[in-house]
Write a protein that binds this ligand. Structure first.
Ligand SMILES: CC(C)(COP(=O)(O)OP(=O)(O)OC[C@H]1O[C@@H](n2cnc3c(N)ncnc32)[C@H](O)[C@@H]1OP(=O)(O)O)[C@@H](O)C(=O)NCCC(=O)NCCS
Length: 170
């Protein structure tokens, strides 16, 4: 199976914030942003694996800045590490001010997707070869994030999470 680069899965979705997608403060509703990120991440996972992919976990979401009504929002997703059947997807969210056009980082998130066959059974995915410094940094930290996610889901014993433990003991 051919190793792939993050740019082969990079998915960029640009859309605006409409009134039906806002909260009472006229900012983008969090659940709407989660759905947009899930969609972009799903396409990135498919581009990397060329398989059916399902969301296995939302590992991290930070709503650092509110996104006002009328903003142009760009959701950028790419595979940050591939394991056996699972892929970590890193998502960066940018917003464009409607008056000045200035682009600012609004949010980021990390999702885990799993490639499955037609019957829903996990299936192997290509490995990832990170190219840039940022891609290498995200790749390096992905294993401990996977272990944390599995520990929190009750699918791994904390004593087996070696990479994660090293963070606290080194
Ligand atoms: C995701 C799913 C396929 C995993 O199936 P499973 O029987 O647990 O399979 P496995 O234990 O072999 O796990 C498959 C991979 O997912 C990873 N995984 C499972 N749960 C995970 C979690 N919470 N966090 C991170 N990785 C996880 C495993 O580590 C494994 O990775 P690897 O093959 O790269 O080593 C299965 O739970 C599923 O179909 N869930 C529903 C998905 C769905 O419907 N999503 C939409 C939500 S509305």
């Amino acid at each position: 199976m051919r190793t792939k680069t993050p740019s082969e899965s990079r998915t960029v979705m640009t859309d605006m914030v409409l009134p039906s997608e806002t909260n009472p403060l006229n900012n983008l509703f969090g659940g709407e942003l989660l759905a947009r990120m899930d969609r972009a991440a799903s396409i990135a996972a498919r581009r990397h694996s060329r398989r059916i992919t399902v969301t296995a976990a939302v590992n991290h979401v930070a709503f650092n800045r509110s996104v006002p009504l009328g903003s142009v929002v760009t959701v950028e997703a790419a595979v940050s590490r591939a394991f056996k059947s699972s892929m970590e997807i890193f998502i960066d969210v940018w917003m464009e001010d409607r008056f000045t056009g200035e682009r600012a980082k609004a949010n980021e998130a990390i999702y885990t997707f799993v490639a499955v066959d037609d019957t829903g059974v996990p299936t192997e995915v290509p490995q990832l070869d990170p190219q840039t410094d940022l891609e290498k940094e995200r790749f390096a930290a992905a294993l401990r994030r996977k272990q944390l996610s599995l520990v929190l889901a009750g699918k791994m014993k904390p004593s087996d999470a070696t990479e994660l433990k090293a963070l606290f003991t080194s």
